[in-house]
Design a protein. Structure first.
Length: 139
């Protein structure tokens, strides 16, 4: 009786082992060995550049405004209704695909939902700098 479970276990190990061998054969045939591709010199890559322009939604004592800063150049600001969670002296800045609240109070510096006027300003500027290519299907 003990011979049957042992034989079954041995058969399963054989099937699993054979499956692994087949998978290794497929991977090796599919492309060069990992050591060959890792040692092959390629063209040097420059690190990704961060955009120089930063977009802000800032609250002053009287109103809220959206503007951008590119190096030393500050764009003209546009006034918008203030968001409730923004205190005077604070601002919201686009940081990648999210926004962060910048505040004199370190406890209030955190990721926040991006206000629409802020993201719309960025989209509008990007569309102006990189207009869509004309469609070849238009006649």
């Amino acid at each position: 009786m003990k011979a049957f479970p042992r034989a079954l276990g041995a058969a399963l190990l054989g099937v699993i082992g054979a499956g692994c061998d087949r998978q290794t054969e497929v991977t090796t045939v599919a492309g060069p060995a990992a050591s060959a591709s890792a040692s092959a010199p390629g063209p040097p890559r420059a690190p990704p550049r961060r955009p120089t322009r930063r977009y802000y939604f800032a609250r002053t004592a009287n109103h809220c405004e959206v503007y951008s800063i590119d190096g030393e150049q500050v764009s003209a600001s546009e006034s918008f209704p203030c968001v409730a969670e923004l205190n005077p002296g604070e601002s919201i800045r686009i940081a990648g695909k999210t926004c962060t609240r910048e505040s004199p109070d370190p406890d209030r510096r955190e990721p926040v939902v991006c206000p629409d006027p802020l993201t719309n300003r960025e989209k509008r500027d990007l569309a102006r700098e990189h207009p869509p290519a004309p469609s070849s299907s238009a006649k």
